[in-house]
Design a protein around this ligand. Structure first.
Ligand SMILES: CC(C)(COP(=O)(O)OP(=O)(O)OC[C@H]1O[C@@H](n2cnc3c(N)ncnc32)[C@H](O)[C@@H]1OP(=O)(O)O)[C@@H](O)C(=O)NCCC(=O)NCCS
Length: 160
């Protein structure tokens, strides 16, 4: 019998109506989860790039980013623990890189916990480089790293 993790998740843009699903995923993925209000804010306004991975009606992955002029910030990326390590985080990030490339974004910034090996591996594999250490950025959870990915012209035509 095939379990839910063996189904190919569908990638779709997120909308206001998806907030309850986003909150559930957030709480499953982060010890310091964003509130509903923070998630709602990330969906609104100019430059928001938001999409999720769905298995049937269940949200199992999410990416939130914002473009301002020719720069973007990756605000959050998450894959439900039961679906991690299957390339889905990579799929979300590849889609962001492709969308940013199409929009002419020059670089994407992000902050990440220095001890988050899974995220660091994912970002490094997609060309993100460390810019600086952010001491105590996550309070008791440790230092952060500011990272950036420079988008080359050749990347702009890649599909998701
Ligand atoms: C970070 C996260 C999104 C990665 O998602 P994922 O679907 O498990 O990642 P993928 O399966 O696409 O892996 C992509 C790459 O990440 C790296 N990676 C993934 N899990 C890893 C781990 N446990 N240790 C080290 N590297 C890892 C590998 O380089 C991998 O490349 P490979 O496929 O060539 O081995 C996921 O672990 C997650 O949601 N974590 C909790 C939330 C979080 O910390 N988000 C990031 C901060 S905003």
């Amino acid at each position: 019998m095939s379990g839910p993790s063996q189904m190919e998740p569908e990638l779709k843009e997120l909308r206001e109506a998806d907030l309850p699903s986003m909150l559930l995923l957030e709480e499953a993925c982060f010890s310091e989860a964003w509130t509903r209000g923070m998630l709602a804010g990330s969906l609104r306004g100019a430059g928001a790039i938001t999409f999720g991975l769905w298995v049937k009606e269940r949200l199992i992955g999410c990416l939130l980013a914002r473009v301002v002029l020719d720069e973007a910030e990756l605000q959050s990326i998450s894959v439900h623990p039961g679906f991690q390590g299957q390339g889905l985080g990579g799929r979300l990030l590849d889609r962001l890189l492709a969308d940013c490339g199409r929009q002419g974004v020059a670089r994407i910034f992000l902050e990440v916990n220095k001890s988050n090996q899974a995220a660091l591996g994912l970002y490094a594999a997609r060309g993100f480089r460390q810019l600086k250490v952010l001491p105590d950025y996550y309070g008791a959870e440790g230092d952060g790293l500011l990272m950036a990915c420079e988008l080359r012209a050749g990347r702009r035509d890649q599909g998701a």
